[in-house]
Design a protein around this ligand. Sequence first.
Ligand SMILES: C[S@@+](CC[C@H](N)C(=O)[O-])C[C@H]1O[C@@H](n2cnc3c(N)ncnc32)[C@H](O)[C@@H]1O
Length: 262
Amino acid sequence: MPQKAKLGQNFLANRNARTRIVEALGDISEKTVVEIGPGKAAITELLAQKAQRLIAVELDRELAAGLRHRFAESNVEVVEQDILTVDLASFRDGEEKLFVVGNLPYYITSDILLHMFRYHDAILRAVVMMQREVADRVAAAPGSRDYGVLSATTQLYAHVEKLMTLPPGAFSPPPQVHSSVLRLTFAPRFAELAVDAEGFIAFLRQCFAQKRKTLLNNLRVAGFESANIAQAAQVAAISLQARAEALSLEEMARLYRALHGA
Ligand SMILES: C[S@@+](CC[C@H](N)C(=O)[O-])C[C@H]1O[C@@H](n2cnc3c(N)ncnc32)[C@H](O)[C@@H]1O
């Protein structure tokens, strides 16, 4: 476990924000909700009142003990574990879809997003708070400065909405950054784009490897032959002088399929 000071413990003190986060999940009265990093129960308290079943995953031993005590004999199950090692699908009752919520520990935000994507089959919606700059990257549209591999990957798995931004003073102790809440509605696009998830995401990483470079350069560095790249770009109707950040997911998928002979 990282040292306590490093667990990203900035507790939400703004009551209105807690309510809005819980409401953004929609009707959870018959749902199983997984809360990531419940801490001192700022959001947990409201969730427990509204959800049918709440699984609260907290890594900090003292905080987990406090939560177990506070929510004894309730609909809340406290799981003392690193969220990145949790088998989210194990919380499902049959084929039900989970709702995920959390004021995330910011030091592992991207890892948590990727962990959720691994369990995309098991999740319907996630409402998560993160550092504003990271939220801006996740939600960025192609062609914008912030668009990168994290935006593209997230948008392959989910529809992203930015709901609100909070100043440092909304937390105790205040972090050094602003925070934003995103809602992710899971709707994977791989079938529609006619690509396989693993191969296509690996391809995106190659295309974005050096953001300042053109697609042609990044693909050459990744080991593709110039002639093959040129031919695929022609088939896919894409300029090789473009940078990856300028291309939509549809265009990226066309290029991927053309390069892989699909
Ligand atoms: C930003 S705080 C949010 C606390 C609370 N939900 C709130 O809004 O006040 C992040 C919480 O995540 C917990 N945490 C940190 N790393 C974790 C991990 N790897 N797995 C689960 N919980 C973690 C911290 O102990 C802390 O309680």
